[in-house]
Design a protein around this ligand. Structure first.
Ligand code: GBH
Length: 493
């Protein structure tokens, strides 16, 4: 694929936007500053420290709570068009309910937003990136149907405070991680394992409604005066069948991992993906449940959720091969390894190199297939890539050739999807602006364009070689000089 590209193929379309991303819990620190309350991540790292690879917490993280001015300088150095960050619910709305807004939280996000705009950088704001108020988790969190109102109220506060200056909105980051991992495994907060996916499916439905209510509020009350765009961000690994016999398993995997969170919003008919709805209903009946564990949508709810997007937000990192589980084969169920409900197993191709964090296998072509798939499923929707990036570990310092090679090859595939396949990608976001608290990997996985020294009380940030790569890419608006950035570590062709 890399052979014979003419130079125009490598030029970005006019108006294409570049950004870099972080999220509140991963960078802010200031976990108990002022009147901020506990989020489920504050609780999780303090009570289940053993789950975090290096026993660390996000108590201080990158200390962006104090160092946001430096963050803006870095974004300026990169030359990005926008900065994607998230708002900490517990910093802005400490009780979780909107009876009280924090002055400190308001001040912090106003400073950040105004600081960005002063440098000509657009804020792209995620309203929820996994740090639920502990108060709300104590009431069942995403499994309590009232969450959709709590979230919608919080979203309205955010729109009214910042909507005059923020034009790109993301309601919720990666529902699959929130519901399937958060309420199905103990790997991430809240780490409540509820058998038979009862919690996962309740969360799935409530989250769809929560997103939809926030979207409708923006659409009705704020869009007329502020003219922004708003959507949800989903995460998808590309799935390819291991063999020809595995196309059915692959299709189920796509519907389960992706469709359960996209079909209700982006499809013409709305509601759950049909195969998923049918299979869970059959399984539930066999297990003696009186109704499907996947809660049904009413007609009104289908209409409420359907069409609540202005673009398709997508995070993409890696790919998997899918196969059916062999008869009698013993595999441990895990949302990203084996699904008992649908009887498929994920594998990695033996030729794929992986990053040191283990799960991030390199298969850039998967990015292009995925973009083609979205177009096939949901038509000519605008796609905003809200995360893509690569992890190194502590041994790799500032000369991050393998990260550059990841970015170069993945961006090349994205450009092919745009130019050759006519996929409507409007922007691309690098994850991450800087090293940060990488959830259960603690500070061991380093996704940053900027290195952060976590042993230094000043959390010094230093540009890696990839900063130069990105700054050039953004300035030139084309993927050129590839030889200069060619790494000896990997070759695809
Ligand atoms: C994104 O999640 C997040 O939005 C972001 O906060 C995070 O820092 C970034 O990616 C990098 O990880 O069970 O072996 O598959 C990406 C999706 C889902 C990838 C959970 C890692 C756990 C490892 N993630 N998965 S595994």
């Amino acid at each position: 694929l890399g052979v014979g590209l003419c130079s125009d193929v490598l030029t970005f379309p006019p108006g294409f936007m570049f950004g870099a991303a972080t999220s509140s819990y991963q960078v802010e620190g200031g976990w108990n500053a002022s009147d901020k309350s506990m989020s489920i991540w504050d609780t999780f790292v303090h009570e289940h420290n053993e789950i975090i690879a290096d026993g660390s917490t996000g108590d201080i993280a990158c200390d962006s709570y104090h160092l946001w001015k430096r963050d803006i300088e870095m974004l300026k150095e990169l030359g990005v068009d926008f900065y994607r960050f998230s708002i900490s619910w517990t910093r802005l709305v400490p009780t979780g309910h909107i009876n009280r807004i924090s002055e400190d939280g308001k001040r912090y996000y106003n400073n950040l937003i105004d600081g960005l705009l002063m440098k000509g950088i657009e804020p792209a704001v995620t309203i929820y990136h996994w740090d639920l108020p502990q108060h709300l988790q104590d009431l069942g969190g995403w499994t309590n149907p009232y969450i959709s109102d709590w979230f919608a109220d919080y979203a309205r506060v955010v729109f009214s405070l910042f909507g005059d200056r923020v034009k790109i909105w993301i309601t919720i980051n990666e529902p699959i991680v929130i519901c399937d991992i958060g309420y199905g495994t103990n790997a991430i907060a809240p780490g409540t394992v509820i058998p038979d996916k009862i919690g996962t499916y309740l969360c799935n439905k409530n989250l769809m409604i929560a997103h939809a209510k926030a979207y409708r509020i923006y659409d009705k009350e704020f869009r007329p005066k502020y003219h922004g765009m708003i959507s949800i961000v989903n995460q998808l690994f590309w799935f390819a069948p291991l063999s020809l016999e595995d196309t059915h398993a692959t299709n189920l995997a796509l519907q389960n991992v992706f469709g359960r969170y996209t079909h209700p919003i982006f499809s013409k008919e709305g509601g759950w993906p049909a195969d998923i709805e049918r299979i869970v209903a059959i399984n539930s009946e066999k297990q003696g449940y009186y109704a499907s564990r996947l809660p049904a949508f009413t007609k009104e709810e289908i209409e409420l959720v359907r069409g609540t997007f202005d673009f398709f937000g997508m995070n993409h990192y890696t790919s998997r091969l899918v196969r059916e589980r062999h008869n009698g084969e013993n595999v441990i169920p895990h949302p990203l390894l084996y699904d008992k409900e649908f009887n498929y197993v994920f594998e990695m191709h033996p030729d794929w190199k992986t990053a040191t964090n283990g799960w991030l296998a390199l298969y850039p072509e998967g990015f292009r297939y995925l973009l083609q798939y979205i177009k096939k499923q949901y038509g000519d929707v605008k796609i905003l890539i809200t995360e893509n990036g690569y992890a190194t570990d502590t041994r790799q310092g500032l000369v991050d050739d393998d990260r550059i090679e990841y970015y170069r090859t993945y961006i090349e595939q994205m450009l092919l999807a745009i130019k050759e396949d006519g996929v409507n990608v409007i922007g691309y976001t690098a994850w991450s602006l800087m090293d940060n608290f990488e959830w259960m990997d603690g500070y061991k996985s380093k996704f940053g364009l900027y290195e952060v020294d976590f042993s230094n009380p000043h959390r010094t940030r230093t540009p890696r070689k990839s900063v130069k790569f990105f700054a050039d890419l953004i300035k030139n608006r084309q993927l050129n000089g590839t030889d200069k950035y060619k790494s000896e570590l990997y070759s695809w062709h």
